[in-house]
Ligand binder design. Sequence first.
Ligand SMILES: Nc1ncnc2c1ncn2[C@@H]1O[C@H](COP(=O)(O)OP(=O)(O)OP(=O)(O)O)[C@@H](O)[C@H]1O
Length: 303
Amino acid sequence: MRARGLVKRFGDFEAVRGIDVEVRRGEAFGFLGPNGAGKSSTMRMIACVSPRSAGELRVLDMDPDVDGPRIRARLGVVPQQDNLDTELTVRQNLQVYGRYFGLSRAHVRARAAELMDFAQLTERADDEVEPLSGGMKRRLTIARSLVNDPELLLLDEPTTGLDPQARHLLWDRLFRLKQTGVTLIVTTHYMDEAEQLCDRLVVMDGGRIVAEGSPAELIRRYSSREVVELRFPPGGQDGAVHRVRDLAERVEVLPDRLLLYADDGEGALATAHQRGVQPVATLVRRSTLEDVFLRLTGRSLVD
Ligand SMILES: Nc1ncnc2c1ncn2[C@@H]1O[C@H](COP(=O)(O)OP(=O)(O)OP(=O)(O)O)[C@@H](O)[C@H]1O
């Protein structure tokens, strides 16, 4: 997939403002950004369901404006909201979808069995979808998107709303899929998801790309190795700022805490204590993509 100067307009409003992206075959690529960044609009153009307003776009070496149906036949799409047929069983959902692609009954039956195994839903094959857990429904939606053996799978916020265990199970399935050579394009506003899943990613904000690289590269480029979090009661952090400023490459002042960006977090924390800084709680952690986002935009990813 390759985009050059890709634009999406809704009336006068530019949701995607001329982005350049290249996703290589077999990689897991992420669009990371807060709500409204333009991730879904970009995905919908790649999925050939929303025409671009300007710029170039190639998907599987074809032009969505010309070859939409041919591209879609080789794509899998996992939308932000599950749109399963809740009155059908797990198996029926897969089989009905397979028939849309014009696959033979025998092929669809075999593929459905394979996919239920992949999604760890074989035991629920003949259960209706409605009572399944959120994680199971999500796995079924992903399984369904794989019915046609796609080369490229587009996932819009795959784990939003799931509990941590369900998210990990789903990441594991996606990781396996990647190992089989499927290219994954994922949108997310969870930095941990991007770190877990993505070989490379772009950080989007306000319709633009503000950074690009692997999670480790982005952290190296835009953050320190460690971060010290000093929590204070409301307003308490203001008096402490001048005492810690020289201990870190950068200090962020948030409403309830200070963040000290320092390669040696424990060292910085020890010095802060020696200087009489008295936070109510402290934490030394490694830098994450959340820190990268904060540095690039001055805001948190998830508000
Ligand atoms: N059909 C539409 N008509 C008008 N404006 C739209 C339409 N779709 C999206 N937008 C606007 O475009 C901007 C980008 O939306 P988009 O859904 O692409 O963002 P996102 O990064 O995917 O966020 P989210 O996580 O909320 O889906 C938003 O301001 C949104 O209101």
